[in-house]
Ligand binder design. Structure first.
Ligand code: PLP
Length: 371
């Protein structure tokens, strides 16, 4: 037997080469057409004016390192949500926190479970750590607790649950998330990604605060990219038990949030009126757009988020999701293709401005031959 040959160049972990790189939502329309970007669930109301002011003020002190502990931001989040700031950690987007969790709690060969149409970042982070992605089938485009629990083995270390989920817009009620947690061994970390929690208007929903507070193996991640309209600044946060927050603090970059993010984020979360306005705007528009599209023969998955999943007919190539995507893009409406999520004949549309929403309805009415 010959010794394994020494590679002639550096070689990444094997899982890395299995990753299908994340493709962000498109942000270009045809030249000369007004762009309505409805592809990344950004807020049509933009950021709070107070957050924009705070951002600008930071320009005066760019020579200084930011506060590595994001103290002001954690304090603002803690006040807004009634949490202990010691149990909070901020990230460069919640994506960073999801990556840190996978890095810290997964080793090669470990298994991590996520659901069939779950957010793609989970699979990327699992593979990046040479762990094994395990997919739990969904029922009616909704996470299925039994299907997740059936897939738990001795090697399972993490379960990722987006609640509500992107791109489906569906959610699990609090009772189901609790049942999921109750069925997991104590060494399995349940990650509840509640990026869209602020939009949900359902009495049986909970973002997961209580489950985190009462247990040692649950964390909840949140973001400023959606309702706070600060996607450009990359701000996320996690609420978790002290031992998990401590582990992430050891591994994260010492200055993982920049000073503009800390200041603007703090101002944004203190502007409750802006948050309420964004939630109300969304609450008004989701049914309007969903019902209008139903009226022209398109199925829309009922959504509790700030986006909707539109299904195109399977037996009619002229009216496929791909054809609709091209039709809309030509007119400046950039939606999100979701084939990578196992939804080849659907498009995800972020709820946009009134003009954008009405424009998509009109364009799809024409596309479906109902004009
Ligand atoms: C948009 C989104 C996030 C937010 O990611 P950031 O890195 O904070 O911008 C997280 N999870 C899901 C499911 C999302 O859709």
């Amino acid at each position: 037997m010959s010794a394994p040959e020494t590679p002639q160049r550096p070689v990444p972990n094997s899982g890395v080469l299995e990753i299908a790189a994340y493709v962000p939502g498109k942000s270009k329309a045809k030249a000369g057409v007004k762009l309505h970007k409805l592809s990344s669930n950004e807020s049509p109301l933009g950021a709070s004016p107070a957050a924009i002011e705070a951002y600008k003020a930071e320009a005066e002190t760019l020579e200084f390192y930011p506060d590595g502990a994001s103290t002001e931001l954690r304090k603002a989040i803690a006040e807004a949500h009634g949490l202990n700031p010691d149990n909070l950690i901020c990230g460069n987007g919640s994506d960073e926190l999801l990556g840190l969790l996978a890095h810290i709690y997964l080793k090669p060969g470990d298994e991590a479970i996520f659901t069939q149409h779950g957010f793609l970042v989970y699979k990327i982070q699992i593979l990046a750590n040479d762990a094994v992605p395990v997919v739990a089938p969904e029922t009616d485009l909704t996470a299925n607790v039994d299907a997740i629990l059936e897939r738990v083995t001795e090697r399972t270390k993490m379960v990722f649950l987006a609640n509500p989920n992107n791109p489906t817009g569906t959610y699990l009620p609090e009772s189901e998330v609790k049942r999921l947690h109750a069925g997991l061994p104590k060494n399995v970390l349940l990650v509840i990604d509640a990026a869209y929690a602020e939009y949900v208007r359902r009495n049986d929903y909970s973002a997961g605060v209580e489950l985190v507070s009462d247990n040692e193996n649950v964390v909840m991640t949140r973001t400023f990219s959606k309702i706070h309209g600060l996607a450009a600044l990359r701000i996320g946060w996690m609420y978790g038990p002290a031992h998990i927050v401590d582990a992430l603090n050891r591994v994260r970059g010492p200055f993982n949030l920049n000073s503009a993010a800390i200041s603007a984020g703090s101002a944004a979360i203190r502007d409750r009126r802006h948050v309420d306005e964004a939630a109300l705007f969304n609450e008004q528009w989701v049914p309007v757009v969903s019902n209008a599209l139903n009226g022209i023969g398109l199925k829309v998955t009922p959504s509790v988020g700030n986006f909707i999943l539109i299904h195109f007919p399977d037996d009619d190539p002229a009216h496929s999701a791909e054809a609709a995507d091209a039709w809309l893009t030509d007119r400046g409406y950039v939606l999100r293709a979701v084939a990578a999520y196992g939804l080849p004949n659907a498009l995800r549309m972020s709820i946009g401005s009134a003009e954008a929403n009405e424009g998509v309805i009109a364009a799809l009415t024409e596309f479906m031959g109902r004009a």
